[in-house]
Design a protein around this ligand. Structure first.
Ligand SMILES: Cc1cc2nc3c(=O)[nH]c(=O)nc-3n(C[C@H](O)[C@H](O)[C@H](O)COP(=O)(O)OP(=O)(O)OC[C@H]3O[C@@H](n4cnc5c(N)ncnc54)[C@H](O)[C@@H]3O)c2cc1C
Ligand SMILES: *[C@@H]1O[C@H](CO)[C@@H](O)[C@H](O)[C@H]1NC(C)=O
Length: 450
């Protein structure tokens, strides 16, 4: 499988030493493809703050900080099943075990990432318990100095090392975002963010208010409704279809008092628990953003060329900033594009042009009615984005069946959030697939004539 990507490699004058920060899905993908191009790159150095690969998919009962006082990275909860079928979750060059159902328990995804690591031969290149603290460009385009803290047993020490390029793969579902709501500080009930939700038991018999109806808010409503006394879902979107009948949907939260909360329509509730399912903040404490010509923005960080490259430092890449995408296939495309840039196979415009381009793209998005804070939510745009990266960097585009199955899943989820995971998908070829209901009846066959 690695042989194929080797054909994308070309001799570079000097082998580049690339640092990969984070060993979640994005970092593993970066390491795999760097290692597959030994003519152009030295083996990657993967810095991983924790002691295992998998990032988001490493479930732990712990919340807050671990025994050593380090913040818990993962937001995974005990009973999570994926919201995308494995047929579209998979890296394009590494399918899941076909005997598994389409919608997996999180432990199956971690096992998949572990076998991806194994098959890619990257284990020896991951430095576990190395947390990157500082990434600085060396003057005159001379690469990067990375400083890291090494967590030994009992002691920690700091190390500094030089690299030619850096891939930031640190994820963005770790630092909770809680909107400023008047009176929140005065609330005397239990308050948490979905980042710290683990299981249903603590909420048995309680009135739970979930704030936000994104993937987490809706999923927690499904999980909690059988055990809680009452589940109320506050959000501003169209009604969510298929929630259990005892889940009440109400408008946005207006203000909070000691024991009660008030919604935009004036209705009032006395919840025992408030769970904020309001998303996360992008956070790059190890990057001197201003010095790099970047800044924190409403949508995250920018300006970036094609959502991944720092215009003034084209050897610094962010893998996986975008949202509402198929994460693993998206990482795959971004990584192959980044490596093509590093190998000089993909010519970039000047820094000024890339900055102007990024600005123009944002302005167009706003003109078309988008909100700045949603700029990185690609949704339908993800397909043209991936296609363009493939075209520019010269690798095969994602198979059309991935888009088709993604869209079929979305449609089913939109129709009924309680039942969309009952469908099983079969990939039959790059643009052929079928779906089967759990009962085993064929629903539809999308086989195309070869
Ligand atoms: C609750 C939840 C459910 C999800 N469900 C799905 C789903 O069903 N399907 C799907 O495809 N996607 C899902 N996702 C999206 C998921 O985040 C992506 O699939 C993917 O795992 C993200 O990978 P990543 O490598 O970008 O980040 P992460 O998995 O977050 O990995 C980042 C890694 O970087 C390390 N790190 C961070 N900072 C440093 C540092 N300074 N130095 C060294 N190491 C560092 C962390 O320890 C971590 O291991 C879900 C996400 C969440 C939170
Ligand atoms: C969603 O599916 C459930 C379980 O089959 C069913 O009870 C419910 O009526 C469906 N809801 C909608 C809106 O179709």
């Amino acid at each position: 499988m690695l042989k194929r990507s080797r054909t994308y490699c070309k001799m570079a004058s000097k082998k580049l030493r690339v640092a990969v920060i984070g060993a979640g899905a994005a970092g593993l993908c970066a390491a795999r493809h760097i290692l597959a191009c030994p003519d152009a790159f030295l083996p990657p150095v993967v810095f991983e703050a924790s002691d295992q690969v998998g990032g988001t998919w490493v479930y732990t009962e712990q919340t807050g900080e671990d025994a050593e006082g380090w913040p818990i990275h993962s937001s995974m909860y005990r009973d999570l099943r994926t919201n995308l079928p494995k047929e579209v979750m998979a890296f394009p060059d590494f399918p899941f075990d076909p005997s598994l159902p389409s919608f997996l328990h999180h432990s199956d995804v971690l096992a998949y990432l572990e076998s991806y690591r194994e098959e890619s031969g990257i284990q020896d290149h991951v430095r576990f318990r190395w947390q990157v603290d500082d990434v600085r460009p060396v003057l005159g385009d001379q690469g990067w100095d990375i400083r890291a803290t090494v967590r030994g047993s009992g002691s920690t020490h700091r190390v500094s090392e030089h690299f030619d390029a850096v891939m930031v793969c640190t994820g963005h579902y770790s630092v909770p975002y809680i909107p400023p709501i008047p009176g929140l500080d005065s609330f005397q009930g239990c308050l948490l963010h979905s980042h710290s939700y683990r299981c249903t038991e603590p909420f048995a018999g309680l009135t739970v208010l979930l704030v936000g109806a994104g993937a987490s808010g809706v999923d927690l409503a499904l999980q909690l409704s059988p055990v809680a006394a009452r589940v109320v879902l506050s959000h501003h979107g169209p009604p969510v279809c298929g929630l259990p009948e005892d889940v009440l949907q109400v408008p946005r939260l207006l203000k909070v008092a000691k024991e009660t909360v008030e919604f935009r329509d004036g209705s009032v509730l006395q919840p025992d628990v408030l769970i904020f399912c309001t998303g996360y903040r992008y956070c790059f404490p190890f990057l001197p953003l201003a010095q790099l010509g970047l800044q924190e923005t409403d949508y995250g960080v920018g300006p970036l060329h094609r959502h991944l490259l720092a215009p003034r430092h084209p050897s610094l890449f962010f893998i996986g900033l975008c949202q509402l995408i198929c994460p693993f296939p998206h990482f795959h495309c971004q990584v192959l594009f980044a490596l093509a840039v590093l190998q000089g196979r993909c010519r970039l415009p000047s820094a000024a042009e890339m900055e102007a381009d990024a600005q123009e793209q944002l302005e167009r998005y706003l003109r078309e009615g988008g909100l700045a804070r949603h700029f990185l939510k690609l949704k339908a745009q993800q397909w043209s984005y991936a296609k363009e990266l493939a075209h520019l960097a010269g690798f095969p585009p994602l198979p059309p069946a991935v888009q088709a199955i993604y869209e079929a899943t979305r449609a089913r989820r939109c129709h009924n959030v309680s039942t969309y995971r009952d469908t099983k998908y079969h990939l039959l070829g790059p643009d052929a697939w079928e779906e089967v209901q759990d009962s085993g009846t064929d629903l539809e066959d999308n086989r195309k004539a070869e």
